[in-house]
Write a protein that binds this ligand. Structure first.
Ligand code: PRP
Length: 178
């Protein structure tokens, strides 16, 4: 498999992803004290697939919304400057909220979004990332739940893109040479 002439190396297969996502969903509900309902906020675009799978593995009423911040653009590195492009439309004040992102790299994006959501007054706010890259943090942000940990490869699939392609791949791949 390749994207725009760059070979892709399989890292995490779709079955392993589904198994992990179902386990994570259980861990998350336990941590929220088997709450009767949960508010879930996914970060666009990357988290759309992980969010969709995770909420479908939760057997309680879930309210779902998304927010979008300014992206890397053409660069492979986070600029560290976050701008809210699309805010959530639901009121999360007094609610139990789970913030979801696809990848935790420097941590600059999610740490700022976490603060932003915290200021809206949820009763509880926890975070979950599908993949954490090891040794890359530029903040002391720690996600409460982590699906998988990887080294610093450039990753595509399961919502993650390379130049907007590859989000629909059901597994996770490393772009060869990255
Ligand atoms: C990616 C990813 C995270 C962020 C992680 O988003 O979805 O939100 O970067 O990087 P950081 O930890 O270094 O801040 P991207 O800007 O590529 O947008 P996308 O989700 O629309 O692909």
């Amino acid at each position: 498999m390749e994207i725009r002439g760059k070979p892709l190396r399989p890292l995490i297969d779709p079955q392993s992803i589904q198994k992990r996502v179902h386990k994570l969903a259980g861990e998350i509900l336990d941590a929220f004290g088997n709450t009767e309902e949960l508010y879930v906020v996914g970060i666009l675009k990357g988290a759309f697939i992980f969010t969709a799978d995770l909420v479908r593995a939760m057997n309680i009423p879930v309210v779902v919304d998304f927010l979008q911040v300014s992206s890397y653009g053409q660069s492979m590195e986070s600029s560290g400057k976050i701008r809210i492009m699309k805010d959530i439309e639901i009121d999360i004040a007094g609610k139990k909220v789970l913030l979801i992102d696809d990848i935790l790299d420097t941590g600059l994006t999610i740490s700022e979004i976490y603060r932003f959501l915290k200021s809206k007054g949820p009763s509880e706010l926890k975070s979950c990332v599908f993949i954490e890259k090891e040794g890359r943090r530029k903040t002391d942000f720690e996600a409460d739940f982590v699906g998988f940990k990887t080294l610093n490869y450039f990753l595509v699939g399961y919502g993650l893109d390379w130049g907007e392609l590859g989000r629909n791949l059901p597994g996770i791949y490393a772009v060869e040479g990255s």
